[in-house]
Write a new protein. Sequence first.
Length: 295
Amino acid sequence: MYYRRKIILSLLQVFDNELEKIQLQKLLFLFTRFQKDKKTYDFVPYKFGCYSFQANADLSTLKKYGIVSETTKSWKKENEVNYLTELTKEDKKTISDFRIIYANKTSDDLINLTYKRYPYFAINSTVAKDYLTEEDFNNLDNYRSFDDEITLFTIGYQGITLEAYLNKLIKNNIKVLCDVRKNALSMKYGFSKSQLKNACNGVGIEYIHIPEVGIDSEQRQELKTQNDYDALFEEYKNLNLKKSIDSQTEILNLLKKNRRIALTCFEADICQCHRKHLSEAITNLKGFKYTLEHL
């Protein structure tokens, strides 16, 4: 079992094996604030504050195997395994302390606490006005990006979580994500088409798939050196890009309309991704007079 799932189960365990869904998300978030290095889960500012898509997916998997059960409001641990004993000394102490610190905290209490301590995660909340003073609510603008310069961004998702990826989009005030993969499928959680679209919509970003500007996966199978990539991209520029002017123009029109959009594909290294050459082709279209930035 993944270690991160043992964290979830240990939290449920110390709180008498059951927590409301909002409580569990908020306690997981607060737990990660104690982690000095890599965090067990990343979070995004969502409809009710801090939220981890990965944690929710893990709970769904645990439910599939009968380890937890679900009601409309809560998650419940169903087995007798003591997962707390399987944690590191530091994590075991933190979760044991949480049982004392947050013993009587309701979902409302935890929403209120996290909104005040970590206001960035309240910026997309639909209930923030109910929990914050007028001053604190107005101060949320300090944590929002209002950058408005028309900019074409590109971003890869290799090596980062869905939540870290979404936070990059949010902090750059990106309005539309253009998925430029030929086939929008991924073995990495959160980055297949329907998952990514739902996640983007949840944080106020429009998702559009434009497969016409992608590269067939078969063409990417034997890429071992930068020279291999460069040869592929020469072919891409000479064939694909010359045939996809209409799609490139569609992207430029999306940019003009929405001001800040991003092209996305897998590779972290821009030199090993076709989005570099696609974005450069778009900058050469008539009417492009904006900024190009690779995240």
